[in-house]
Ligand binder design. Structure first.
Ligand SMILES: [Zn+2]
Length: 265
């Protein structure tokens, strides 16, 4: 999409949001049954939501991003908007952003405004954790390589206790037994999120999982790369970064999953 069309599109979306979320006005905003301001979160719901549970989940994502990757987020507020149904969500935002209509949740950034849109469904907390990871990454870094953005969001969407039972983990372990391994350069060449299929999401998750858990050496490559981006450097592609710093890290991903013993630390 051209920059001009995108700007117009975003402006139209922004006007709608400004009327109903950012600048709530009497009568205009009676659709929000839940409306809570909690520290760095604002939660709006067309239905009654347990805002404490949402805050607890999102705070745990924030804490884990900090402890594992030294990603801090910022003090900017993240607005979470939960519609009562897919239809309500689609009618509110789908006309403005058609590509969002087929998704269960989206994250938007406009300057210092960070917003998550979704609707009530059985995996709501998982999707909120996913989109909130995007929000914190984009608060912390001037740019986020696509596969790292989606890989981390896929990783942190699962609560820690569920990760050792992840179906993705079993699938990756099985596939890597054949000698296959997820291709990093393939992921680095994906131009945009719309071009990603489910295998790309899984492989991005796999690389992130491997880098976080395999060893201090693998994790330090990821944290070092993210720190370089945060510092305003232009570190190039991650594969280039690792080639310069610790090349063997690029070759162990297959054996990591092949030997995986379900003891995450
Ligand atoms: Zn995502």
């Amino acid at each position: 999409m051209s920059a001009l069309r995108f700007s117009i599109l975003f402006l139209r979306v922004w006007v709608i949001l400004a009327c109903s979320v950012v600048l709530p006005r009497e009568g205009f905003c009676q659709r929000w049954v839940t409306q809570e301001k909690m520290d760095k979160l604002e939660i709006f719901g067309e239905v009654q939501l347990n805002a404490d549970v949402i805050q607890q989940q999102l705070n745990s994502v924030r804490a884990e991003l900090k402890s594992r990757l030294q990603i801090d987020g910022s003090n900017a507020t993240v607005q979470v908007v939960v519609f009562s149904s897919r239809n309500s969500y689609r009618s509110y935002i789908g006309q403005q952003i058609p590509e969002a209509a087929n998704r269960r949740a989206i994250f938007y950034k406009n300057g210092e405004l960070y917003q998550i849109y979704t609707f009530r469904h059985s995996d709501l907390l998982t999707d909120l954790r996913h989109e909130y990871t995007h929000a914190l990454l984009h608060q912390s870094l001037p740019f986020v390589p696509l596969w790292i953005d989606e890989g981390l969001a896929e990783y942190f969407e699962e609560i820690p206790a569920a990760r050792s039972g992840s179906s993705r983990l079993r699938a990756m372990r099985w596939k890597c037994r054949t000698g296959w391994k997820p291709g990093l350069s393939d992921l680095e060449r994906i131009p945009d999120a719309a071009s990603m299929d489910s295998d790309d999401y899984r492989n991005s998750w796999a690389w992130v999982h491997y880098l976080i858990h395999e060893s201090d050496a693998s994790r330090s490559q990821l944290t070092g790369y993210l720190a370089a981006i945060s510092a305003g450097e232009a570190p190039g592609r991650f594969s280039e970064w690792v080639t310069q710093h610790d090349p063997p890290v690029l070759s162990r991903v297959g054996s990591y999953f092949r030997r995986f013993r379900f003891s995450l630390r």
